[in-house]
Write a protein that binds this ligand. Structure first.
Ligand SMILES: Nc1ncnc2c1ncn2[C@@H]1O[C@H](COP(=O)(O)OP(=O)(O)O)[C@@H](O)[C@H]1O
Ligand SMILES: [Mg+2]
Length: 242
């Protein structure tokens, strides 16, 4: 039933509890949004879930199995992928070759990998840029490549860290469509995002972090109307613009 369960996750950096006793669950097939102000601990949560950083304490269950402190490549091989807030393409390689590298982590068969790379390019609308050097792409295209690279590893669970940061409004709409499409294909998603329009458009549930702690969680409508969330994060401007 749950693809991901985070239990009492704690991460200390010296005296700072960047993530402070955080627990939440992601149902198979759902999109859960993780929101909150800058510095709230969102990326640190991802780092611990995806194995990039060990928690000080707490547990991460993936498909019911304890995967706390497992390595990123191991988690990826078992169906967990992530995209980074600061995108990490292989800058000197083309878009296509970036995807080939990701596909070859799943299959050693070149022909299969090529087909998969092609499929992923179509799905993420990167075909026209196949032979472009990744390091020279616009931020919008880089963000799509970041998603494409994660998709190429055929995840069951995709962790997306601010995939819409720096995008134009038209690109945000495209990104919303892409997230819906990925989810419709059976991929569960945890989405860190600041653009509330996007969050409300796709999220089945929302977790709100502030100073490392969960201050609200549940269905989007209830969370977005929660006084603490409005005060801590959304602000009066959000209320006014609803
Ligand atoms: N590697 C690190 N070493 C020390 N402090 C860190 C490290 N990573 C994050 N932090 C601190 O932890 C807090 C949470 O950061 P982060 O998880 O990046 O927040 P968010 O993604 O919500 O903006 C911040 O105060 C940040 O400065
Ligand atoms: Mg972050």
């Amino acid at each position: 039933m749950y693809i991901l369960e985070v239990e009492n996750l704690l991460k200390r950096f010296g005296g700072l509890a960047a993530v402070d006793n955080v627990s939440f669950k992601v149902k198979r097939g759902e999109i859960l949004a993780l929101i909150g102000p800058n510095g709230a601990g969102k990326t640190t949560c991802f780092n611990m879930i995806a194995g990039a950083m060990p928690p000080t304490s707490g547990r991460v269950l993936f498909n019911g199995r304890d995967v706390t402190r497992h390595k990123p490549y191991d988690l990826n091989a078992h169906g967990m992928a992530r995209t980074f807030q600061v995108v990490k393409p292989l800058a000197k390689l083309t878009v296509f070759d970036n995807l080939m590298v990701a596909c070859l982590s799943k299959s050693r068969n070149i022909k299969e990998a090529r087909e998969k790379a092609q499929q992923v390019m179509t799905r993420t609308r990167l075909e026209a840029l196949a032979n472009h050097e990744a390091g020279l792409l616009s931020i919008g295209n880089l963000k799509r490549l970041e998603v494409a690279r994660a998709l190429a590893t055929e995840p069951e669970l995709l962790l997306m860290d601010e995939p819409m940061g720096g995008l134009t409004p038209a690109e945000v709409d495209q990104a919303i469509e892409l997230i819906r499409d990925i989810n419709a294909g059976g991929v569960s998603i945890v989405l860190i995002e600041h653009i509330m329009k996007a969050v409300t458009a796709v999220a089945d549930s929302i977790v709100v972090l502030q100073y490392g702690q969960i201050i609200a969680m549940g269905e989007p409508a209830a969370v977005m109307n929660d006084e603490r969330v409005i005060t801590a994060y959304l602000g009066d401007g959000y209320v006014a613009s609803r």
